[in-house]
Design a protein around this ligand. Structure first.
Ligand SMILES: *Cc1c(COP(=O)(O)O)cnc(C)c1O
Length: 430
């Protein structure tokens, strides 16, 4: 055990980790492309984009330079009384990329706060308009929206929050029609979900929140764009706000710039984080329709949105966001994303032909397959993770679900090596 590992063992508390049974964590000292470099001299292929945040590779020089330049100029300024170029420019670029009049950007700290902000804006929006009946929130079964109390409440069925169940506020849940390749039941599942949605909608509902196209943390469960369009139609007809939690699906993950643009749906609020800064800094953003923003204007302070974080619109995060968007919108990145999807498709189809795994699915740069049964602590998942780790690759199965969600810069040969390793695991661990 190194000095750093010893200090870590004595003083650091890791997220989503049982410290008693974890091996001493490798000490990361650098990053290059899709690789994490360790103090022990290992190069570990990052197949999960470091918890889904990294887009263009670790320590990408263009983003690093933008952050360094901004840090030397202005590191942070109170955002209640000031604005600054990175925040204004990034907001304008996000508004330009999102559909319709999704033109107002509220900055926050991470994905959880981006979700809290969307929920609070939804409730206050109706109150500001004098509609005090619309207080109820709807969400999907299996959804995960973050770890703060409001986000936990709408993600209450994700399975992570048993210790705090009594604390969560009530939210009505609609079934999520999770689907996969060659799923014969998909239309029946969607019809049942839409019928349940119809029954749940009413003039006391303020908002429905959904992870569009992919429910991430509950196991890369996917739905069809057709389903999102049918949901949007019903939610709009009921006068309810539609919130897209694109914290994971945003910035190219699903093959489109956003899941909403890929599916052709115009939500009322969009939550962004993770890829927002290319994986460099913690930052969140909630983008609202201009018409929602207008309902917060008036003479009194009570009508305003009384919410904010110390580091709101941190200039370093905004500078990273701008640099990351430049890379994302370049032709080269579009081709790389399409290339990842093509490899995923070829390899998922050959897994199916070999009869390995269950419910194979893919969407853009995300591919997933079920290995066996069991929850988040699944033994199959733990064995698979160790199998990849022994071969210099970082995989973090969600329970029994193995998935690849690589940085867009991953080399084609490396991606094939990951799939070869998954096939070898099926042969050797079966
Ligand atoms: C990760 C995630 C969140 C929470 O984001 P944090 O930055 O971890 O707070 C919220 N929603 C979705 C869909 C996520 O994947």
């Amino acid at each position: 055990m190194s000095d750093i590992q010893d200090l870590d063992r004595r003083h650091v508390w890791h997220p989503f980790t049982q410290a008693k049974t974890m091996a001493p964590p490798p000490v990361a000292v650098g990053g290059a492309g899709a690789y994490i470099l360790t103090a022990e001299g290992e190069r570990i292929l990052d197949l999960v984009s470091s918890w889904w945040v990294n887009l263009h590779g670790h320590a990408h020089p263009a983003v690093a330079a933008a952050v360094a330049e901004q840090a030397a100029r202005l590191e942070q300024v109170i955002f209640a009384d000031f604005t600054h170029a990175p925040a204004a420019r990034l907001a304008s670029r996000l508004a330009g990329l999102l559909p319709g009049d999704l033109d107002r950007v509220f900055y926050s700290d991470d994905g959880s706060t981006a979700v809290e902000v969307a929920l609070k804006i939804s409730l206050q929006y109706f109150a500001n308009r004098g509609d005090h009946r619309r207080r109820r929130l709807l969400a999907f079964e299996g959804a995960y929206h973050g770890d703060t109390v409001g986000a936990m409440s709408v993600g209450r069925s994700s399975g992570y929050f048993r210790a705090w169940e009594g604390l969560l506020f009530p939210v009505d849940l609609v079934p999520f029609p999770a689907t996969w390749l060659d799923d014969a039941e998909v239309e029946a599942k969607e019809a049942a979900a839409l019928a349940a949605l119809d029954a749940a909608l009413g003039d006391d509902v303020a908002a429905l929140i959904i992870e569009p196209l992919i429910q991430g943390a509950s196991g890369m469960r996917m739905c069809r764009p057709e389903f999102l369009r049918a949901v949007a139609e019903r939610v709009k007809a009921a006068g309810v706000l539609l919130v897209f939690d694109e914290v994971m699906t945003g910035f190219g993950r699903t093959g489109g710039i956003f899941a909403c643009t890929k599916a052709g749906v115009e939500p009322d609020l969009v939550c962004l984080s993770k890829g927002l800064t290319g994986g460099f800094l913690a930052m969140g953003a909630t983008v609202a329709r201009e018409s929602i923003y207008q309902a917060f204007l008036g003479e009194s302070i009570e009508r305003a949105f009384l919410h904010g974080h110390s580091y709101t619109a941190n200039p370093l995060g905004c500078a990273a966001g701008l640099a990351s968007l430049d890379l994302l919108l370049a032709e080269e990145c579009r081709l790389r994303i399409a290339g990842i999807e093509a490899v995923h498709r070829e390899r998922v189809l050959s897994l199916m032909k070999a009869g390995w795994g269950r419910q194979p699915r893919l969407c853009g740069t995300v591919a997933a397959v079920e290995m066996g049964d069991g929850g988040y602590g699944s033994a199959a998942g733990a064995r698979l993770k160790a199998f990849f780790r022994q071969r210099g690759m970082l995989l973090r199965p969600l329970g029994p679900v193995a998935y690849f969600l690589p940085p867009y810069c991953i080399e084609t040969a490396d991606l094939h090596r990951a799939w070869d390793t998954l096939e070898a695991a099926f042969r050797e661990l079966a």
